[in-house]
Write a protein of this length. Sequence first.
Length: 229
Amino acid sequence: MNGFNKVIAVVFLLMELLLFGMSQFGLTVYVDEVHYSCIVLCFLHAFYHFLVQTQKKKCTGILVLGLGFTCIGDYFLILKNQYYEAGVTAFLLTQICYFIFMAADFEWVRLKKHVILRVSVAFIGNIVSMCMIKQFSLLFIIVPIYAVFFMGNIMEACFHYKAHPLFSLGLILFICCDICVGLSNGELAGLTVPFAHLFQWLIWLFYIPSQICISFYIYQKGLEKNANI
């Protein structure tokens, strides 16, 4: 079975490489569809390896759930290019899943401090956001909460990189992608960002590898006998 799982992993990587090359170097007119296919493949690959693990762990399952929410978010933001509130909410749920994964070994006091800190910072972020736009916007309420959870996860991933390096690398690439998203959409905030089109290209250069890393981390844990996930 392990041999077959390795074949699945190799086929997954080859398919991702093919689709990635097609989308990044203009070899298809269905760029959005190809991009989205890469994300869905990451989820399916992770879900398969979770199903075949002899010792299914809740923490591994929460990562698969996070990848599932990522697919939902990208459906609204990439394929539909509308319902942005639903898309960002799905990505917020992804980051909450990743926080639950990293907080699995936290003591109760430490967990409580993390939750209180994140909720407090998100609340302040919402107030600042509302003052800046001077009107109610559900999107600008969700975005600060998402940003707080994401940045908190990045810090945890960097501090505990050795514990799960592949997953941590995935999150670091993920934040690089989000930075490029912000820079490529600077005009929405009234900013002129040089080389905005370059940042649009870099989004996927970071994003697809980030999802591959997270998906492959689940496969990697499945290879470990009696993995302590």
